[in-house]
Design a protein around this ligand. Sequence first.
Ligand code: SF4
Length: 229
Amino acid sequence: MDPIILTNIPFAADRAQLLAKLHVAEGSDFAADLNQLVDEAEALARPKAMYKMVFIEEKGDDYVLIDGVRLSSRVLRVNLDEAHRAFAQVATCGAELQAWAEGLTDMLYRFWAEEIKLAALRAAGLALDADLAARYNPGKTSRMNPGSLADWPLREQGPLFAILGDVQAAIGVYLTDSYLMVPNKSTSGLRFPREASFESCQLCPREGCPGRRARYDPALYESTYQNKS
Ligand code: SF4
C-alpha cells in the first residue's frame, strides 16, 4: 500500500487564540508585531502530512511485525490485540516554517514563532485525520507515539519511519541521531482501531504535564499490559 501524502494543507492561524495563549493584549503594540509575524508565517507555511495503511503480519509477546519491520512495545502489542490493520503517520508544520523561524533573531519573535509552528502542525494533523476518515472510515481509533512511554521509547521512531518509507523526500521530516524529528513541530505515531479509547497518559505518572490528555491510572499496566506468561 502506497502512503498518502498531503502537501497542500491550508493554514490560517486562529489569531485570537494565539494572542490569548501568548498573553498578548489585543490592540497593543505587541499584538501588532505578533499579527505581522503571523502574516509572514501564513504566507510561507506549507504544513504537510503522510500516512500509510499497514497490515499486522505477526504478533509476539511484546512486538508486532508490520511490512517486515518490528515495532517493540508490550503496550502497543496488547493495544493491537484485535487489530488487523493500522495507520503509520507523520504530520509537520513544514520545513518552510522551520527555516523561517530559525532565521528570526529576536528572542521574543522566536518564542512566538514556536507557537505559530504548533498551530501549523495542528492544521496538518487535522487534515490528516480528515483525509484518513474520508478514505478509510476506520471507526473508533487510538494512537500511540514512540517516546511517549518507556515501553515504546524514542528510538522506535526508526522502525516507524522505515514503515512509512522516505519521509524526508515526501514531507521534509527527518530524524536526528537521537531520533528527534526535524522540524521539531512534527508528530509521528501509529493509529489503530480500538473500541475503548487509549491514551499513553493513562500509563504515564509525570506530574504537572501541560499536555496530559487522560488521568494516570496506576493500576492499568498491571491489570491490562503486564505479561503474565
Ligand atoms: S502525561 Fe504528558 S509526558 Fe506523559 S504521556 Fe501524556 S503528554 Fe506525554
